[in-house]
Design a protein around this ligand. Structure first.
Ligand code: COA
Length: 182
């Protein structure tokens, strides 16, 4: 199972059923904050929904098709990060992430994303990682920018959230670019 101690304060661990209560309560407390940019809180209305999500993530891991991991900061579950899929033919993946509102501003996502990049390029030997963000999600746009991703283009009206369509900016980092950053 994927487990990574990143620093004295932060660790990542693939979600298991034992995390369901903490995960559900974190989502429930942050419904408004998360729903601005993500659709899953609308479909997460009881603990069973979170258990089903964890089971799906475990299956994804077993199928070698990505996973979701929890982010623990000072032993408290503060958010989640994962590979949404793995395309083994094109050797690429996409990273998604979110944090509880009160845990923003500590660098947890930037640091966790850096680790998932290392894992994608070093361990999984992928060629490309994408991070795709709604054009108006200013906080999230900072993550790929900070980590040296290249902005590749805009998909217009990509998703419908909170009563309106949102454009999505595609960001990519190639293995060669990641190696050159080192
Ligand atoms: C997007 C989201 C995860 C960004 O959270 P965040 O806290 O800004 O990101 P990080 O955890 O990387 O923290 C970065 C901040 O911590 C600061 N920071 C402190 N220590 C740091 C460190 N060691 N490394 C990097 N940044 C650090 C940075 O300066 C930055 O602060 P700033 O925003 O004032 O410039 C969060 O806003 C969120 O969950 N939003 C709702 C869901 C969402 O939009 N998900 C993404 C969909 S694409």
């Amino acid at each position: 199972m994927f487990y990574l101690k990143i620093s004295k304060n932060i660790c990542l661990s693939i979600f298991e059923r034992k995390h369901a209560t903490d995960l559900y309560l974190l989502i429930d407390r942050n419904r408004e904050h998360l729903s601005k940019w993500l659709s899953f809180p609308v479909y997460t209305n009881k603990i069973e929904d979170t258990i089903a999500f964890i089971d799906k993530s475990q299956k994804r891991y077993i199928d070698n098709n990505g996973f979701w991991a929890g982010i623990w900061y000072k032993q408290q579950l503060v958010g989640a990060i994962g590979y949404l899929y793995i395309d083994w033919k094109a050797k690429k993946t996409e990273i998604g992430y979110w944090l509880g509102e009160e845990f923003q501003g500590k660098g947890c996502i930037t640091i966790a994303t850096q680790q998932l990049l290392n894992y994608a390029f070093k361990t999984l030997k992928l060629n490309k990682v994408e991070i795709n963000v709604a054009k108006k999600n200013l906080k999230s746009l900072q993550i790929p920018k900070r980590l040296g991703f290249v902005e590749e283009g805009i998909i217009r009206d990509y998703e419908y959230l909170q009563g309106r369509y949102h454009d999505r900016i595609v960001h990519g980092l190639l293995r060669t670019e990641w190696v050159n950053q080192k």
